[in-house]
Design a protein around this ligand. Structure first.
Ligand code: GLC
Length: 607
């Protein structure tokens, strides 16, 4: 009998139907299983028909592995999958959320909060395309991006993964899906997964739904709202992603009005699949099923039953996959989960695999390796940094702008650890899950770039914590103080105080008391700025988490080769006690309102 599913010219739905009809129950539930590379073996992949794998944050072949090393690793797992009875290829996923950020030497773009400040959807699409190329260069087919959370409270540890607090900004930025997956042809059915070709990847809109709206910004907490508010604020970006053909959507750890999303048949099936017509697959978050019961992971079979019944199609287990397979097999054989639910899940998974061309091109394409952090991508990242910078203050007297700085000044004092720390300027989800300081990848720090741009007679002095002697010198032309947050991810970033880390406020104050000072904040969100501190500094720039080209991009603007164009994607509060606070509130009394941003002429930028 001819294998329709192996025919690349056959319609996708015919290939899905044909392959599904050939699969055993074991193979079907294998396809619904995503495992982490650290627990994967070739025999398990082949014999259990495992459908997907992932690299959790920082989980790669070895430290500082390059794209070619990653491609070799992924290809090895893929070859095992291709040896399975039906030869169904693996979908290998990773969190490439600001470039292919786990891979050493990849281009690291600004995190989403900075991209939201650009208001430039075309730029975001170009970043998506560049990211897809670098992900495919590492042999990987699937990224858990874009995060389309609408961050309604900066105390949320994942604020920087959001494009901002306004759903209209986030909707604009969903063009990231088109960058990653490619442009669907005119008339492509809304909700149907689409991937253009071998230089694109399967994308994942996350985390459905309301992850950025939890009470007090508590990560994985409870979003308490009416259904209308949930739809207008948090669900709105998903309509765009679905119309753009997003292949997968990840369920949120968080809850809505007390019901966990991983358990919500209403939101996952009745709304997302039935009402919004999403035809790709819904993936759980990592150990999302384990978090349905307490203590974590107890009563697991009940969690499997409720999550799969609710509409989860693929489970990011990702470690205890034998238990998951056994429990799911038992639940189907005992009739607690109907085969129709399993078939719906597997059809969706196979649909994405066929639509992405994975059956035709399961292995890496070595010709892409030269594109990793190529000049074009570095320039693109540098452009994104420039456009993301928000000028909040320029001169103690607005009629006498402090910026742009004089690159031929006599003596420039550079201060603060964030001025010379690549890891800090990249933030979380870089090299490792929660990021770390130091030269964690290739790139340019702010200090590197300042030294590069200044004139031959200009002295650049760098002191992380300057001495009184240094500050007292009368020949300091001006100081650039770079402070902010250390790297973090998810709940470790939740904060009730939102202060500048490492006594950064004190550092600005001490320097600004002696020397004319530009303060640059490297942070994933607005931070507390006392009025007295704001008054002391001569200029203030919010640089967010600018990534590997952060040094060059920042220097391009503060020394005047380009002007500022960034606008706040999120309200800058005066005091954390005001939070949550949004422009539509009756009492809206921010330090800087959402949308605020100055040009170097001190003109307020208009949207
Ligand atoms: C994490 C995150 C999710 C990520 C996944 C895989 O816990 O919530 O955003 O894609 O696990 O790393």
């Amino acid at each position: 009998m001819s294998c329709i599913y192996k025919d690349p010219n056959a319609p996708i739905e015919a290939r899905v139907k044909d392959l599904l009809s050939r699969m055993t129950l074991q193979e079907k539930i294998g396809q619904m299983t995503q495992i982490e590379r650290s627990v994967a073996t070739s025999s398990a992949i082949k014999d259990l028909c495992i459908g997907s794998m992932l690299s959790a944050g920082g989980s790669g072949p070895f430290e500082n592995a390059k794209s070619s090393d990653w491609a070799a690793m992924v290809d090895n797992f893929q070859k095992a999958a291709l040896e399975s009875r039906l030869g169904i290829p693996l979908l290998y996923g990773i969190d490439a959320v600001h470039g292919n950020n786990n891979v050493y030497g990849a281009t690291i773009f600004p995190h989403n909060i900075g991209l939201g400040a650009t208001r430039d959807a075309d730029l975001i699409k170009r970043i998506g395309s560049a990211t897809a190329l670098e992900v495919r260069a590492s042999g990987i087919h699937y990224t858990f991006a874009p995060c389309v959370a609408v961050c309604r409270d900066p105390r949320w540890g994942r604020c920087y993964e959001s494009f901002g607090e306004d759903p209209q900004i986030v909707k604009m930025m969903t063009l990231m899906v088109t960058g990653l997956q490619g442009q669907p042809p005119h008339g492509h059915p809304s909700g149907y997964p689409f991937v253009a070709g071998r230089e694109n990847v399967v994308a994942c809109a996350k985390h459905f739904v309301g992850d950025g709206g939890t009470r007090n910004g508590i990560n994985e907490g409870d979003t308490i709202s009416s259904h209308d508010e949930l739809e207008e604020i948090h669900m709105a970006p998903y309509l765009d992603c679905i119309s753009l053909g997003v292949c997968t959507i990840m369920a949120s750890y968080s809850s809505w009005n007390g019901t966990k999303l991983h358990n919500s048949h209403f939101l996952l099936t009745e709304i997302l699949k039935n009402k919004l017509g999403f035809k790709g697959f819904i993936i759980s978050d990592s150990e999302g099923l384990d978090r349905l019961s307490s203590p974590h992971g107890s009563n697991y079979q009940q969690s499997v039953l409720s999550a799969i019944t609710a509409g989860i199609d693929m489970v990011m287990v990702p470690f205890r996959f034998q238990l998951f397979l056994e429990d799911l097999m038992h639940l189907v054989e005992s009739g607690k989960i109907p085969m129709t639910r399993i078939d719906d899940a597997v059809e969706r998974i196979l649909r994405v695999k066929f639509a992405s061309g994975l059956f035709e091109h399961p292995l890496s394409n070595g010709s892409l390796l030269d594109i990793v952090r190529c000049e074009q991508h570095k320039k693109l990242a540098r452009e994104a940094v420039r456009k993301s910078l928000v000028l909040l203050k320029n001169g103690k007297d607005p009629k006498k702008p402090f910026l742009p700085l004089d690159r031929n000044a006599k003596r420039i004092l550079v201060v603060g650890r964030h001025a010379d720390d690549l890891g800090y300027q990249c933030g979380g989800w870089t090299a490792t899950w929660d990021g770390k300081g130091g030269r964690i990848t290739t790139g340019t720090t702010i200090l590197d770039a300042i030294k590069e741009i200044v004139g031959p007679n200009t002295e650049v002095i760098y002191e992380q914590n300057p001495s009184a002697t240094t500050l007292a010198r009368k020949d300091n032309s001006f100081a650039i103080v770079v402070v902010g947050e250390g790297p973090y991810a998810e709940s470790s970033g939740d904060s009730t105080e939102l202060t500048i880390h490492f006594n950064g406020a004190e550092l600005i104050s001490v320097v600004a008391d002696e020397v004319p000072t530009l303060a640059i904040l490297i942070s994933g969100r607005p931070l507390t700025l006392e009025p007295s501190l704001l008054e002391k500094m001569d200029a203030l720039v919010a640089a967010w988490l600018p990534g590997s080209e952060g040094g060059d991009g920042i220097v391009d603007v503060i020394f005047g080769d380009h002007d500022f164009q960034g606008q706040l994607p999120i309200t800058w509060f005066k005091n954390v006690k005001q939070l949550p606070m949004h422009a539509e509130d009756d009492l809206y009394d921010p330090l800087f309102p959402i949308g605020f941003g100055l040009t170097s002429e001190n003109d307020v930028i208009k949207s």
